[in-house]
Write a protein that binds this ligand. Structure first.
Ligand code: PAF
Length: 282
């Protein structure tokens, strides 16, 4: 596995792969890899001849420096994992490589970035779109794979690629869960044992909503009520965000279910915010 720390090294690696006729899949990450990331890599490997992974804790998508500083990192472990799954190359840039001094260009999906989680975390999706656009320009992949767990992020990136005519195909990878249903996330390690046990409530609430969607005449209000009641029954959890939106455009829905609804929740355990989502159908 080639380890690239500069844009120059990354571009040389991409060029060498292309020279042998290989298609390139890309999985951008912020490191501290888990089975969820590995499933995205497997998906990219099924679509392309060679896969490049980036590990970059992107400062522009964090609101508070404390959150950025506390983000878990373990480069040696990540590199060992990536080697074991036959990734062709890993790109590990410094922040000044991605954001050269004096840079002033941002990318923002004006509506999507400012609704739902974007309202709770202002500037977050601007940071995500700005870094992903830069990474796409550096790696120039044919296909890029993102987790469906970060559902709004996936839609923001799809919109950006369409709007800016970027020649990359975006694929979503299904959420990978622990045995007890908790969606895998690098944040889970920061939960206390009690909060970790209580955190299964996110998946339980989403499954209850999915079941209620199949009742004849089910409404968006029914989904919201069951999520609110299920989370309220867990004293360690605080429901910070609940959105029931059209699965593609993320526009707010109401009334009888008619088409796929993305149910997106953010739940706080102390100062740790977990997110999860499910697309449910009537
Ligand atoms: O999902 C993530 O890990 C990040 O938001 C991403 C897409 C790598 C951009 O920094």
């Amino acid at each position: 596995m080639k380890i690239c720390r500069s844009i120059q090294e990354c571009r040389a690696t991409t060029a060498a792969l292309r020279a042998t006729g290989k298609t390139i899949g890309f999985v951008p990450t912020m490191g501290f890899l888990h089975d969820g990331h590995l499933s995205l890599i497997t998906k990219a490997q099924a679509e392309c001849d060679a896969v490049i992974v980036s590990i970059f804790v992107n400062p522009t998508q964090f609101g508070q420096t404390a959150d950025l500083d506390q983000y878990p990192r373990d480069e040696p472990r990540d590199l060992a994992l990536l080697t074991s799954v036959n990734v062709a190359a890993v790109f590990l840039p410094e922040a000044t490589e991605v954001y050269p001094p004096g840079n002033e260009t941002i990318v923002e999906t004006t509506r999507m970035a400012n609704i739902l989680h974007g309202k709770i975390r202002p500037g977050h999706f601007r940071g995500v779109a700005s870094v992903v656009a830069r990474l796409f320009n550096i790696v120039q992949p044919d296909v890029a794979v993102f987790g469906e767990k970060d559902y709004q992020q996936l839609q923001v990136i799809k919109r950006m690629v369409q709007d800016l005519h970027m020649p990359v195909r975006i694929l979503g990878g299904p959420t990978v869960r622990e045995a007890d249903g908790l969606a895998m996330s690098s944040r889970n390690v920061r939960l206390s044992p009690e909060d970790r046990a209580a955190a299964t409530i996110l998946n339980r609430a989403l499954c209850a909503a999915e079941a209620s969607a199949t009742h004849p005449g089910a409404t968006v209000g029914d989904l919201r009520d069951i999520i609110t009641a299920t989370i309220a029954a867990e004293p360690r959890a605080t429901l910070e965000g609940l959105d029931t939106v059209a699965a593609d455009t993320l526009t707010e829905l109401s009334g009888r279910l008619a088409g796929p609804v993305a149910v997106m929740i953010s739940v706080a355990f102390g100062d740790i915010l977990l997110i999860d989502q499910k697309v449910v159908q009537a």
